[in-house]
Write a protein that binds this ligand. Sequence first.
Ligand code: ATR
Length: 287
Amino acid sequence: MKHSSCLLGIIGDPIGHSLSPAMQNAALSRLKIGASYRAFAVAPRDLAAFLKKDVAGLNLKGLNVTIPHKEAVLKYCKKISPEARAIGAINTLVVSPKGLVGYNTDAAGYLRSLTEDTGFRPSGKTVLVLGAGGAARAVLYALARAGADPIFISNRTPARARSLARYFRKIFPKTFFQAVSQDKASFTTLFSGVDLVVNTTSVGMKGKGGFRLPLALLPKTAVVSDLVYRPLMTTLLKAARRRKLRIHTGLGMLLHQGALSFKLWTGKMPDRRVMHRALLDALRKKA
Ligand code: ATR
């Protein structure tokens, strides 16, 4: 990427809440890269025009992609990374002379942050993923790639969990994937053998609701991970902390997926401490 006054950004709808501009601009200025990063509100009906015309018109070199466009951008890409294809979602676009190249840094970002923040190594571990949406797909991919086995998926709508388990069995034929229902009896049987519980749903966001999980049954070494970062300490994480379990907040995934996107655009690894500080500041301001 030629850095002289070029533009990076994020597309989504809505996008005003995004913490990515603060985090990415802090990383760009720390490395004295003459680029800036902006948020673009792009409605679904404007996505095609934005990617086909505005990307070139604005001289955009790279984009993050967020809700609701992560799946929709697949069809506008000239090339797609194997991760993004398997996950079925793109969160990073690189603008190349031949067209858009799609990547997914959510999966690798999740894994890096989990390992860095908690020391958890997924290989051979039993994991339970709550949720069956786009975020669940990235987390499931990351954990299966890192050797977690068996992997249980539990979702409010059980059919979506079953279909996700079927899908991932095809991609990782050696890994045991199983959908489990969210009733008390199933969780009670399962929890004493679970090493990692991950909430990939929006439950707990902005303090709304919270899962009632039998955390007391988890092994003492278990990790509880929550992708929600507003608030940072969700009801689930607070309950896990009361049980003295290791916890993993959602900010780490946001930070590390952003750092990996930055590397794809600039070829350089950003200063993650600077990004982390910018994220915490922005969270405070936008709270
Ligand atoms: P994302 O791309 O952020 O994962 P998504 O694809 O809309 O978003 O998926 C949202 C996930 O959160 C789903 O697993 C959803 O459960 P359903 O499949 O039953 O809809 C889950 N979810 C959202 N609100 C929930 C709630 N109040 N209770 C339990 N699960 C919820």
